[in-house]
Design a protein around this ligand. Structure first.
Ligand code: HEM
Length: 536
């Protein structure tokens, strides 16, 4: 049962993320056509039709994800809550889901002769339905302001992050003059949206978090800090683009290329923040947690540097529990080295730390070799992605000792545990990295699309890590685990974005040479964080 609840938790976060992203791109497309493309003097009918087609596709996806979410939640509520179908039909989430699905279907199948302004009506309903399933609806005293702030926050997300892909689409064929006009218009819309997003986000944060202690002492607060860090990165990218638009796109051909490449990264990071937002909604607001807040000294103690342990062994005599092959209790820290009177401890904090430390060592070595390869000192260091293959095999073999191939749980049943499922997905992604990236680094692959697999997977892995929650049965331990995983996720998103820019920007671009050094540094940092990972 616990496994099922965990699986449902992960699935609901992913579905919420899918709904939020698709609604942002559907609404963003409509806003882009209405506020940016149509008023400009360079509206190309072909662009408009293409964007409206994409908008309809995203709306169809909203409907599909909403129906899936309704079915999954309905079955769970009926099964666990022992409720009848008639009772479930009256629930708030069902009503909101029906409104969203109907509106999304209207948008998806709207006739092309309909006036565009009419399409905004179902778009507004999609947004309203989404707000009705946020935390705001269940708050008593502050419900109305929270509903307004949530609506403003989500609308701004759609206008800015949701509109960006359409700008990039238009820029593909635009002349420098048309690009200048479209970018100036979008830039104004983006600036207003960023202002609204930050104001509404800050108000929501103040109400839902309430104190500095709760900001760093709860999972909700930690996720908000991660969102703010990613927002900071987006603002840097946006600022660089704003300067380019200000300088005039027509003045130099590389300016437009840089603008498009920075825009691509903005879309990827924006998508990651939406995933973080979905994860945020699945957590209880920090103000609701009267106890269990992690104190500053507890965080400092957990993060203080300690020597990693590379032996998953425990002394036979230390405790009778520890001799059990699948014990989950923490053994004594003095048992770091194996001897004849020791046996492996599978599962539990020591095992998990031991796995993280080995992974950290591999990532640290990768970062170091990538750094040396970048410096051009050792050509053989370009083979650093081979270490990823070792990492992938290590994760599959050692990460979940109760499961196949080490433990009694068979191959298929092991996928029922969401944590194991995520580990396996990551392991496959890691092996895919290794195979592709070695070819790229050693110049076997010269096609750019293939070389982009590595940075795209790094960003995706970072974004998915933001949805990864820990069920350790102890709120404080969960927050402390969230702290390290969330920082790893943010650095991974940054690393992937830097590598993407290195590959996509022209060789003479100065930003490219900076990002080319930054991502190996990020790998080093990830390695160090993993080496210092603790669960006790
Ligand atoms: C690019 C930046 C950001 C984007 C794209 C973004 C997007 C979103 C989205 C789509 C939601 C709705 C989640 C849902 O209802 O499931 C949300 C919720 C929220 N966001 Fe943001 N956000 C951003 C930055 C921020 C920042 C900087 C803060 C505050 C420091 C913030 C605070 C919040 C809060 C408190 C919620 C409410 C979640 C709940 O209902 O519990 N956001 N955000």
């Amino acid at each position: 049962m616990l496994r099922f609840v965990q699986l449902y938790g992960l699935l609901s976060v992913l579905l919420r993320a899918a709904i939020l992203s698709s609604q942002s791109f559907a609404i963003g497309g409509l806003l882009f056509v209405t506020l940016v493309l149509e008023p400009s003097s360079c509206t190309l009918e072909v662009n408009k039709q293409k964007i409206l087609q994409w908008t309809k596709r995203w709306a169809l996806l909203v409907a599909i994800f909403q129906v899936t979410s309704l079915l999954v939640s309905g079955v769970v509520v009926m099964g666990l809550g022992d409720m009848k179908l008639s009772e479930v039909m009256g629930a708030n989430f069902v009503r909101a889901g029906i409104i969203a699905t109907t509106s999304a279907l209207i948008l998806a199948f709207a006739r092309s002769r309909w006036k565009q302004v009419y399409l905004l009506i179902p778009a507004v309903f999609i947004l309203v339905a989404s707000v009705l399933t946020s935390h705001a609806i269940s708050r008593l005293g502050t419900r109305f302001p929270l509903l307004v702030f949530t609506a403003a926050h989500q609308a701004a997300t759609a206008a800015w992050i949701g509109g960006l892909p359409y700008l990039l689409l238009c820029l593909k064929r635009a002349s420098p003059e048309a690009a200048q006009e479209l970018c100036s218009r979008f830039s104004k819309l983006a600036q207003i949206s960023v202002g609204a997003l930050i104001t509404a986000g800050a108000m929501l944060a103040i109400i839902y978090v309430g104190s500095w202690k709760a900001l760093y002492g709860t999972s909700y607060g930690v996720m908000l800090v991660a969102k703010t860090a990613l927002l900071g990165f987006l603002l840097i990218l946006g600022f660089l683009n704003l300067r380019l638009v200000g300088n005039g796109l027509a003045s130099c051909s590389w300016i437009l290329t840089r603008l498009k490449r920075l825009g691509e990264v903005e879309v990827a990071v924006g998508f990651s923040v939406i995933l973080a937002a979905a994860s945020l909604t699945s957590l209880p607001p920090a103000t609701d947690l009267a106890t269990g807040l992690v104190a500053r000294n507890e965080i400092a103690a957990r993060l203080a540097p300690r020597w990693p342990h590379f032996y998953g062994y425990v002394a036979l005599a230390s405790s009778p529990q520890n001799t059990a092959p699948f014990s989950s209790s923490a053994p004594s820290k003095s048992s770091a080295r194996p001897s004849s009177a020791m046996r492996p401890i599978l599962g539990g904090p020591i095992w998990s730390e031991y796995n993280h430390h080995w992974a950290g060592l591999i990532v640290l070595a990768m970062g170091l070799l990538a750094f040396l390869a970048r410096a051009g000192k050792m050509p053989w260091a370009q083979n650093w992605p081979l270490l990823l293959l070792a990492l992938g095999v290590f994760v599959i073999y050692r990460a979940d000792p109760e499961n196949w191939p080490m433990g009694p749980n068979g191959f298929w049943i092991s996928f029922m545990d969401p944590e194991v499922l995520l580990h396996r997905v990551f392991a496959i992604l890691i092996v895919a990295f290794g195979a592709f990236e070695r070819k790229v680094q050693t110049n076997v692959v010269l096609r750019q699309q293939e070389s982009l697999v590595f940075p795209a997977i790094v960003v995706l892995a970072g974004a998915l890590l933001l949805t990864h929650s820990h069920n350790l049965g102890n709120v404080k331990e969960e927050v402390l685990a969230e702290l390290s995983h969330t920082s790893l996720a943010v650095i991974a998103i940054f690393a992937g974005s830097c590598r993407w820019l290195e590959l996509r920007l022209p060789t003479e671009d100065r930003i490219r040479s900076v990002t080319a050094w930054l991502w190996p540094l990020c790998l080093l940092l990830i390695g160090m964080l993993l080496l210092n990972y603790r669960e006790s």
